[in-house]
Design a protein. Sequence first.
Length: 227
Amino acid sequence: MRIGVTALLLLALAGCGGGGGERPRAEDIVAATSEATAKQRSFRFTLDVRDVPPSATGLSLTHADGAVVVPDRLRAKVAGTFARIPIVSELVIVGGRDYFKDPLTGRWRTLDIETSPVALFDPRAGVLAVVRRARDLALAGEESVGGVDTYHLRGKVRARDAAPLVAASSSEERLVDLDLWVGKDDDVLRRVRVSGPIAPGEPSGASRTVELRDFGRSFGIEAPAAG
């Protein structure tokens, strides 16, 4: 049975007469989750994007639910727009190639990798990159996420550092709000939310939320036959 770093810190505090009720520091939680989450090789995810204007070209997601096998396999049911046309479809990414099911014909087609949101789903280069660049993090409380007890942290991150959550580049230096939920017993990141405009032209109410679950499960993700 593995005891997370944050759990060990609590035990140490109790053993030193901490008086109970004391919780680990936010920076210790972030360090632990950066290490523990980066070790995960497969998981399910849910993505929700709100109040973000769609791209005039390519695929813009508002919702996705699927599975990832690190480093380069993903399959998900997605909703959003393609060239600003509303769609509900499926997306598969295997070995750097992106496959999108045409919602009109039901046939698979390949996409240019530049239009792909794959960077978002890499737990090391995407979500965790945002976590590692956070600042002014503080423990906001404890909550249950998907039936898992978590620490809830709040802080800030530069818009350009949060760009992996939109699979786009941004040079914006302004700070946006960052919320993290980290498993108390295993230090694994369960949810991350960035609130605020990241790319130019986005409204103040823009937000992206990624929720992770079912770590370590086996997912058979293969490339479909493209038409």
